[in-house]
Write a protein that binds this ligand. Structure first.
Ligand code: COA
Length: 163
């Protein structure tokens, strides 16, 4: 793998317009009527590092090449919090950077006292299963079927959010 570092999004705020364009192209169907500007505004709320929502970026040289976010809510689902916004630029995929970002987001969530994380994916279930995630439920959106997946990060004793 090329040399990749994981940084807070807050260290690279100048890249937010490019990240918004990546997301808008990748998830346009899921976003529905959302505009590029509103996607960019949402990403701007991920800059603080001491709470959720927040985000991390993968950096090679001085270039941001991938992202991952932690969010409080997703769509209509009653679970929280969520791993979301996982994206690696196409030319650097299949080199372990996505797995690196997921691991970094899991550690960030655990450091915030999060015991269990959720995500949803239309097509990358096998990718997350390799990283220890399992299917929580299957669901259906206008854009197609998806899997909600979950991973326990802390034991129930350590989990400050356990009910
Ligand atoms: C999904 C994504 C983040 C994966 O990033 P990546 O850097 O290519 O992933 P990695 O190289 O870390 O892959 C880790 C492992 O998962 C496998 N893998 C990667 N993408 C996969 C996929 N879509 N389905 C199944 N397995 C996958 C890799 O082959 C690798 O397996 P190995 O450890 O046995 O070699 C990237 O393809 C992407 O940005 N896609 C577009 C956005 C997206 O779909 N995000 C996820 C939405 S929920």
């Amino acid at each position: 793998m090329i040399d990749v570092a994981i940084h807070p999004l807050g260290d690279h705020v100048d890249t937010i317009p490019s990240i918004a364009e990546w997301f808008y192209q990748e998830w346009r169907e899921i976003y529905g009527k959302e505009t590029l500007a509103s996607v960019r505004q949402r990403i701007e709320t991920w800059v603080p590092q001491d709470r959720i929502p927040t985000a991390l970026v993968a950096v090679a040289g001085n270039q941001v090449i991938g992202t991952v976010a932690l969010k409080n809510s997703e769509l209509h689902f009653p679970y929280s919090p969520w791993l979301a916004g996982l994206f690696v630029i196409p030319k650097l995929r299949q080199q372990g950077i996505g797995a690196l970002l997921v691991g970094a987001a899991e550690r960030k969530a655990a450091s915030l006292g999060i015991g269990r994380l959720y995500l949803y994916t239309p097509s990358s279930q096998a990718f997350y299963e390799k990283l220890g995630w399992s299917v929580w439920e299957h669901s259906q959106l206008p854009s197609g079927p998806l899997s909600v997946m979950s991973k326990r990060l802390l034991s129930p004793v350590e989990d400050q959010t356990a009910r």
